[in-house]
Ligand binder design. Sequence first.
Ligand code: B3K
Ligand code: ZN
Length: 860
Amino acid sequence: SDPVRLAQYEAPNWLVEDVHLTFRLHPTATRVTSRIRFRPNPDSADRGFRLDGEDLKLLSASIDGRAVEPRIDAEGLSVDAPNDAFIWECEVEIDPKANTRLEGLYMSKGMYCTQCEAEGFRRITFYPDRPDVMAPFTVRIESDQPVMLSNGNPTASGDGWAEWHDPWPKPAYLFALVAGELRATSTTHRTSEGRDATLNVWVRPGDEDRTGYALDALKRSMEWDERVYGRAYDLEVFNLVAVDDFNMGAMENKGLNIFNSKYVLASPETATDRDYELIEGIVAHEYFHNWTGNRITCRDWFQLCLKEGLTVFRDKQFSGDVRGHAVKRIDDVLMLRARQFREDAGPLAHPVRPEEYVEINNFYTATVYEKGAEVIGMLRTLAGPEAYDRALTLYFDRHDGDAATIEDFFACFQEVTGNALTGFERWWSQAGTPRVTAVTHWSGDVLTLTLRQSTPATPGQPQKGPVWIPLATGVLSPDGKEVAPTQVLTLKTSEATFRLEGGIWRPSDGPAADPLPASVEPAPILSLNRGFSAPVILDRKVTDAERLILLAHDTDPFNRWEAGRQVAKEQLLRALDGGALDPAWFDALGRLVSDDSLEPAFRALALGLPSEDDIAQSLHDAGRTPDPARIHAIREDVLQGLAEAQAPLFRALVDALVTHGPYSPDAEAAGRRALRLRALDMLSRLDGGDAAAEVFATADNMTESLSALAILIRRGTGEAESGTFFTRWYDDPNTLDKWFSTVIGNAAPDEAVAVARRLTALPEFDPKTPNRFRSAVGALSANTAAFHHASGEGYRFLADWLIVLDPINPQTAARMTTAFETWRRYDGDRQGMMTDQLRRILATGPSRDVTEIATRLLGD
Ligand code: B3K
Ligand code: ZN
């Protein structure tokens, strides 16, 4: 298919005044009638009339009451329209039960539900399915299902029918409908504007006791958005529904959020601390879309980051407020590097605002979401928090009800800052992770810092220009005292020099002064990019000794963690080259981890070593070829060495951090469990897993039982526990998913593919359910050493299943094909095996979704 291009945007010919829909639900033959009032768009001269529609059986159509016979093709219909406003009516038939793509109207365990973003509404009826066409919707549902929901407020209902009206104009991608046997847990919220809203979390009968946390998170999100952004909810009811079959996390349909049940249902016995955290974050994210996404939507799909980057930034602010900013930032950066930096470094690299796509669903990426959020964060850093608040208020006031662009959003910042940000825009258009080199020079009393930036070429963008890089910078004395507090140095050009004088950094024109004789004082220590103020890769020569001082003393908790991370990475790289580990590292780590003045969650993060994937990328960046098997083995050796060096500490932590009393998912308690479970992993390297087996046997919560199971499987001794877990959770889909992913994801490199083949042959494995598919097949591709096994069996396993999944669910298949994105890092044999699998997939004539990803991956 031909790509859609940003440069070719054209305003719609026709706008929609209002929409009336009637659904007569039937599992295999649902009838949808639509009555749509169209009016000419004054901004368009073209009066051609075309509606999007896919896989629809058209039963009848009329214009102003007169039957018409539209020309129908694979993507929609066209018909001669009047010159002025008219009413379009039609009736179509669709088959929700046959809809395994899970786009449009489909069935999940006997319940009807919808997913319309990005282009699912066209599978429900003929419509101008584009985000810049907004209209109020009135919906009537007829069915024998006890609960029938749509967007907006309920207006009337009776036996076998219900009517809903959504007064807020919205694009079709925010339409939703749910019907089924559902139970609600409810509360009310009085908004800051004095309106009452009923909040309902709807689940299948039997799941009601797992809804409390999501409902509470929803209420807290509403309060937060009122307090922090001055945005209140705007309907009488807010419905949130959990479904088991869902392509992604959740969907922000106006007044009717639909969630993957994995991100709603939680009880201590079934949900981990991480699940609770994700539920809170995703509930907040979808709710925040009510303003950033729904009240103000996107003009076209190229502007996706306008709603996603901004909403991710907002949900991160919320989670930071709730759970602590330092730990949240470290978690976010770990994710950013693991997913977005990896994407940016490979064949799928694209700008935060892409300029063309074949299948828009392929652009719901880490770059659009996570880098998009980083860009908002940098704007806030550069403009300052007050100007940020004023710019956002201006944006909400000016664009409420609009389908907006990045330019509209950025103009609000320009206006409140007096055009101070001109030049920042490149962050939206340029792909690739910038690299910043930093060279310091110490004269004995003046410190100069020269920063240089460059961004490597990415597909379609061989030449790069400079971006604005705000680096929050502090300075420590050689004995670890802060001598200059955090100041943001902004690198706007390819190179700039700053001088520190009297504790203040100033741009220094001209080259740095000639080196002076070194003073008796050793040079101060720089703490650069504090809080990860810019999403860049820093390239800088720092001695281990300096890093250990930062690890022990930096006042910025992020950089304290980062110093430890960098030391760990260098130690691992040294070990890979056969070098010995520095005992000072184990000691420093031990001191940090045993420091009771630090939050346990922070200490747990400090104990985490860079992942195998991370090490592979670092080697590749250094111009070397990673060997996944060796990386796995060496990393395990280093962990063993650490466990032996600090054995008493880990024993003590496992004993001291036992939580007493009932389980609570709060951040403090979760942090204690995280540290204890890291220590337990270390201990298992010394006691053969005895302590972990004990934890598994006695745990009263899923966090501990699942971690203990993972540890035992990594030690190769979890056979019995795995059986126990399976039997106990056999009937609980979300929990059984955890079993699939834990058993496959932690299996030894030589065994994992065989394990994965065995588990995917079980009757419990159903590729039609995305959660199950991701839990099993996705766990293998995330098990780095197993996926990249020299036999090529990991690659073959993934490709085999993608070929099965694609005809069922192309969106999820395409998403999972991206596991091959790192192929260029590896040796010729592995490259050949990976590209062979991609070509094998392409030879099956896959969906547009998978074709686009596989083709871009191959780069030919
Ligand atoms: N907006 C949805 C994602 C839709 C994905 C479509 N392929 C969820 C979210 O970002 O909040
Ligand atoms: Zn979103």
